[in-house]
Design a protein around this ligand. Structure first.
Ligand SMILES: *Cc1c(COP(=O)(O)O)cnc(C)c1O
Length: 355
């Protein structure tokens, strides 16, 4: 720490991103990226737009915002496009969290929530997941705090039905409910339609996972026009050109080629179910998933040994050191070939442990 670092941030423990090794080629099943490249139209649009990089982007992301609004069946004043959904999340934390608006989220969830809360000095409570890693929805009814829930949740993969989300929203009319739908395209049900009926609901999503655009950084927030206006106040106080022009053009093309991404999601869901059955056959505890990853515990091998054994064999998965989940690993679902390789290496490790 330098002597110049603000005391305000001295105690901050930053978020740890998954490994992005640049040294060797791994089968990368550790950060929930898509194994499929962006669609052809996205590549064309990005290349075309790159020729105009000397010009600032449209601060309103007008065309993209209108396309997204149309795609979601809402008006454009209910949509904010952001630099990854991480930006939508921190705009929301900045706009809606403070001493008078403390937050509540599960103890096991996206690691950025407590980091943002600490960064912006927002008090928060972490509600324990149930023993089966499901969210105890009753804990969030009438809770009197700003609610943040990833649905489906990460890194567990479990999903709450939309009816339960609606109950949480309905029972907290004086508090904002933020639903992070990073994985909704892999079998979940989106709460976006509910934003038309509840003015305390904010839905955040991303193009990083189902739309193969993690490296482009594109996310969105959907809510009442008043909530979006508040988030715009934060955005224009911080980073007006938040979505660069290459990404904005790519985003428009991605929405126009929705079928391609829907098909990819279908393939990933099929690969997920196949991999889950194979792991169960090997004796793994596999948490039911509505995402592009599986959360699984190996039989007779620690979570860390599994992670290290796979890494040594060229396969990266995500291991967390948090006590409650340290025996599990989060395995991103890739192509069928990648999953076959992952399973072959997994079997080697199990055999070695038995010998
Ligand atoms: C991946 C992820 C995000 C962030 O995605 P961006 O790449 O910033 O759009 C947000 N929430 C959850 C739960 C995630 O897993």
């Amino acid at each position: 720490m330098s002597k110049f670092f603000s005391g305000r941030h001295a105690a901050l423990i930053p978020y740890t991103p998954g490994e992005q090794p640049q040294d060797m080629q791994y089968v990368k099943l550790n950060t929930n990226e898509s194994p499929f490249p962006p669609s052809a139209g996205v590549l064309d649009a990005a290349l075309r737009e790159a020729g105009k990089l000397q010009l600032y982007s449209d601060p309103t992301s007008g065309e993209l915002t209108r396309k997204m609004a149309q795609h979601m069946g809402v008006s454009p004043d209910r949509v904010l496009m952001t630099n990854g959904s991480d930006e939508a999340l921190y705009f929301a934390f900045m706009a809606f969290g403070d001493e008078a608006h403390p937050m509540v989220f599960p103890d096991i969830t996206y690691g950025f929530y407590p980091v943002y809360a600490d960064l912006f000095h927002i008090p928060y409570e972490e509600k324990p997941l149930k023993d089966d890693f499901s969210i105890d929805a009753g804990e969030y009814r009438n809770v009197g705090k700003t609610v943040v829930i990833a649905n489906p949740n990460a890194p567990t993969g479990r999903c709450l039905p939309l009816s339960v989300i609606e109950e949480i929203v309905k029972s907290n009319p004086e508090n904002l409910v933020l639903i992070d739908e990073a994985y909704v395209d892999f079998g979940g049900e989106s709460a976006v339609p509910l934003t038309l009926r509840y003015d305390n609901l904010l839905v955040v999503g991303t193009f990083s996972k189902s739309r193969s655009m993690a490296g482009a950084r594109l996310g969105y927030a959907i809510a009442s026009p008043a909530i979006i206006a508040d988030m715009n106040t934060v955005k224009y106080s911080l980073n007006p050109y938040n979505v660069n022009r290459v990404t904005a053009a790519a985003g428009v093309a991605a929405l126009e080629e929705d079928e391609y991404y829907k098909n990819n999601c279908k393939t990933i869901m099929e690969n997920r179910e196949w991999t889950a059955r194979e792991l169960e056959t090997l004796g793994f505890d596999v948490i039911p998933s509505k995402t592009n990853f599986l959360f699984a515990k190996a039989p007779g091998v620690s979570g860390e040994a599994m992670y290290l054994g796979l890494k040594k064999r060229g396969v990266l998965v995500r291991h967390f050191t948090l006590e409650r989940i340290k025996e599990y690993n989060r395995i991103t679902i890739g192509t069928r070939e990648q999953m076959e390789l992952f399973l072959a290496k997994t079997k080697e490790i199990l055999k070695e442990a038995q010998a």
